[in-house]
Design a binder for this molecule. Structure first.
Ligand SMILES: [Zn+2]
Length: 174
């Protein structure tokens, strides 16, 4: 048998300005996913909106040559607020790729009516009746963390913030 490659797997990401970055062209789906996942760790440093893995059949003319295997959208993470929360739109699941976060949402493996969500850093785990409820649970957790953080920084930063705002409020004298 001839080992000619008949299909290739192409992972790509889309930046906020609409620019698409191709991440390569691979003979195995597994490698394509590995490359994509490794790249998504950089989503913290870039503003990405979408990503996908597409299969191309070789030597076929037209759009039938192309099949979208999976596509994901990037949103702000409900917990850490960074633009690192990747949502698989087709079979709903979501994971934050931000450092030290990994907030996630997934269908329960036993009961698909239940939507699980969690945040590994404090072993937070909650079962929800809907995706909306799961997202809300993560937002609530994020809010708690933020208010805790604000209290911690209050002493050192509050003074700076106040003086910065005071400067802005000064009328222009020139
Ligand atoms: Zn996060």
């Amino acid at each position: 048998m001839d080992e000619t490659i008949s299909r290739v797997y192409v992972p790509s990401v889309v930046e906020e300005d609409g620019n698409t970055l191709g991440l390569g062209c691979f003979s195995s789906e597994e490698v394509a996913w590995q490359v994509l996942r490794a790249f998504l760790k950089k989503s913290e440093q870039m503003l990405l909106t979408k990503c996908s893995v597409v299969v191309w059949d070789i030597d076929i003319v037209g759009e039938e040559a192309m099949t979208v295997l999976s596509s994901m959208e990037c949103k702000d993470c409900p917990v850490c607020s960074r633009r690192t929360f990747w949502i698989d739109v087709d079979n709903f699941s979501a994971l934050c790729h931000g450092t030290a976060c990994s907030a996630w949402i997934e269908e329960n493996t036993v009961d698909p009516e239940i939507i699980d969500c969690g945040w590994p850093a404090i072993r937070f785990l909650k079962q929800n009746k809907s995706i909306d409820e799961a997202v809300e649970a993560l937002f609530k957790l994020g809010d708690k963390l933020k208010s805790a953080g604000v209290e911690r920084m209050a002493n050192e930063k509050a003074e700076n913030l106040i003086s910065e705002n005071a400067d802005e409020d000064k009328p222009q004298t020139t």
